[in-house]
Ligand binder design. Structure first.
Ligand code: HSE
Length: 285
């Protein structure tokens, strides 16, 4: 038996739609694999009742098939599905690492990115690598047609997850087909600022660079309480706030000294409208 821990991730970071992603210190999935004649999957933990165990319908089944690595795969979910923290990607990335080792396939972590992304296609309908890449490689990742680039980064964040769900398919349905040139120019500037902030471990630059007027406003409208939670986090010292992935999780970047206050105001803001939530005080890493 082989055990792998696969971290949650946050993709987009506002200005980097379908491009940027970060690995988070918590939460994480734990994947255990054992060789078997045929792939079977069992799922326990957060939101496991919503996750199919049929290998044809689970991201890790697609990964096992791509690696020709049949196994009994046990997934202990720490990353709740449909929360915006790359739940399916964490399982796919963890299974790719574990099965690669179990069957001695010899792929590098970078080579496992497209394999794990195949699993993502099952869930979102498209093979996005912006969550699997940081889960496999850690740090801050930039996924483009030219491949994946990454830097180590250590930035304090608070990921606040309400007890509501938004499906990735629905969140992709509201992405506009077109954008105004001035919004594109702003977003490019912000994305560049954010990248620099990651390279310099500077929460101010990262926070300033998270603004995006193209995709985020459409997605924020799907999340009850988004504006209230964002405003509360900014008032408590967050340097930037955005939708995590497809939502409904909300991600705040901050200085370490403000992390506790940011977490408690985000929780309080959801609570004030009758929504329970959970906050992870963690960091990019
Ligand atoms: N980039 C993807 C999105 C991440 O925001 O739709 C979620 O899988």
């Amino acid at each position: 038996m082989l055990t792998v821990r696969a971290p949650a991730t946050s993709a987009n970071l506002g200005s980097g739609f379908d491009v940027f992603g970060v690995a988070l210190g918590a939460p994480a999935d734990v994947i255990r694999v054992e060789r078997a004649p045929e792939t079977s999957i069992s799922v326990t933990g957060a939101g496991s009742q919503y996750i199919p165990e049929d290998p044809k319908k689970n991201t890790v089944g697609a990964v096992a098939e791509a690696l020709e690595a049949p196994a009994h795969i046990r997934i202990d979910k720490g990353v709740r599905p449909s929360s915006g923290l790359g739940s399916s990607a964490a399982s796919a990335a963890g299974a790719a690492v574990a099965l690669n080792e179990l069957y001695d396939r010899g792929y590098t972590r970078e080579e496992l990115v497209p394999i794990a992304a195949e699993g993502e296609a099952l869930v979102s309908g498209e093979a996005h690598a912006d969550n699997v890449a940081p889960s496999l490689l850690g740090g801050f990742t930039i996924v483009t047609d030219h491949g994946v680039n990454r830097v180590d980064a250590s930035i304090p964040v608070v990921a606040c997850l309400p007890e509501t769900t938004v499906s990735t398919r629905d969140a992709r349905g509201v992405v506009p087909d077109r954008a105004h040139m001035n919004d594109v120019v702003d977003t490019v500037g912000n994305a560049a600022t954010l990248s620099l902030g990651m390279a310099k471990n500077d929460p101010e630059l990262v926070g300033n660079g998270m603004n995006d007027g193209i995709v985020t406003p459409e997605r924020a409208a799907l999340i009850r309480g988004y504006d209230r939670v964002r405003d509360a986090a900014l008032e408590a010292g967050a340097t930037g706030v955005t939708v995590s992935g497809a939502g409904p999780g909300i991600l705040s970047v901050c200085h370490a000294r403000d992390q506790r206050a940011v977490a408690s105001t985000m929780l309080g803001a959801f609570d004030s409208i009758g929504i329970e939530s959970r906050a992870y005080q963690t960091s990019v890493g």
